[in-house]
Design a binder for this molecule. Structure first.
Ligand SMILES: Nc1ncnc2c1ncn2[C@@H]1O[C@H](COP(=O)(O)OP(=O)(O)OP(=O)(O)O)[C@@H](O)[C@H]1O
Ligand SMILES: [Mg+2]
Length: 270
């Protein structure tokens, strides 16, 4: 899979077969019902490929659910109510902003700015400011260890190893959360602007719901320190981080399968 699209059909089928074995134990000759979460905006051809890979891996029935919907269910939202809810799912490759109401996705926007771009911004910053080359893994450790979207009461620090660009030798520096904040500023601003753009085109009734109930953050990016506060200040609406944001999409997808009979009409299915 690459960016939510199947790049290698045979491999994907094998992977799903493994998952079925794992879920049912080796003895099982069961052909299960399967639900698969796909990125919003996948084309019909791409959806068909996802569905067929699951069928040829032994699924009896296949349901597809779109990621912003799964994120909303996983964040504990009752998607069937008329009230609008806005979920921002910040993953590795994409940030997906979705507005759900009455079991449907009313509005959605996806941008290719998320965890990976934030890591890259940290690499660029450390190179520019300290002449130090660091890898993607270090950048992610910095983001998780000391990254923050707003100033902290007590700043954090971290020792970072890399290669000095001038001397070519291994070297280490001490980075502060202030550094990390400056490094991450541009990608975080882009996420904020995408959110603002969605709010600007929102039907007034739904906008009222969002103002009253707030915005929910899911995905690993939701764990960035003070991101809720940063976005809340930008759009002037309360922002909350979902419980276990990293698991929201997976939990929501699972819950949708448990309630599939109730939710049947929401899913594409043939
Ligand atoms: N504590 C944390 N603080 C900041 N970022 C984190 C934290 N934990 C994980 N992340 C980041 O979250 C991202 C992964 O999140 P998630 O699992 O939601 O993405 P994904 O669903 O795999 O990606 P996509 O939705 O783009 O397909 C990675 O960029 C990771 O570095
Ligand atoms: Mg995701």
């Amino acid at each position: 899979m690459k960016d939510g699209v199947i790049a290698d059909f045979d491999m994907t089928e094998k992977m799903i077969r493994k998952f079925i074995q794992k879920a049912h134990g080796r003895s099982a000759l069961i052909s299960p019902r399967i639900i698969i979460c796909v990125p919003y905006g996948l084309t019909q051809v791409e959806r068909k490929a996802v569905r067929e890979s699951a069928l040829s891996a032994g699924a009896r029935e296949v349901f597809l659910i779109e990621e912003p919907m799964a994120a909303a269910i996983g964040a504990g939202i009752d998607i069937r109510e008329p009230q609008g809810n806005l979920v921002v799912d910040i993953g590795g490759g994409t940030t997906e902003i979705g507005v759900v109401s009455l079991g449907g996705l009313v509005l959605s926007k996806s941008i290719r700015v998320a965890g990976d771009k934030i890591d890259q911004a940290i690499i660029d910053y450390v190179k520019r400011k300290y002449n130090l080359l660091i890898g993607e893994r270090s950048a992610e450790e910095i983001k998780i260890g000391i990254g923050t979207a707003m100033p902290l009461d007590e700043e954090l620090t971290m020792i970072v190893n890399g290669r000095d660009q001038v001397e070519g030798l291994l070297s280490s520096i001490e980075l502060t959360s202030e550094d990390a904040r400056e490094a991450m500023r541009d990608p975080l601003k882009e996420i904020g602007e995408a959110l603002r753009a969605v709010l600007e085109v929102m039907p007034p009734d739904l906008a009222g719901d969002i103002v009253n109930h707030g915005i929910i953050l899911t995905g690993g990016g939701a764990l960035i320190r003070q991101l809720d506060k940063f976005l809340a200040e930008l759009v002037k609406i309360p922002v909350y981080v979902a419980e276990e944001p990293l698991l929201a999409v997976a939990k929501g997808t699972g819950r949708a399968l448990e309630e599939i009979d109730l939710l049947q009409e929401l899913f594409e299915h043939e």
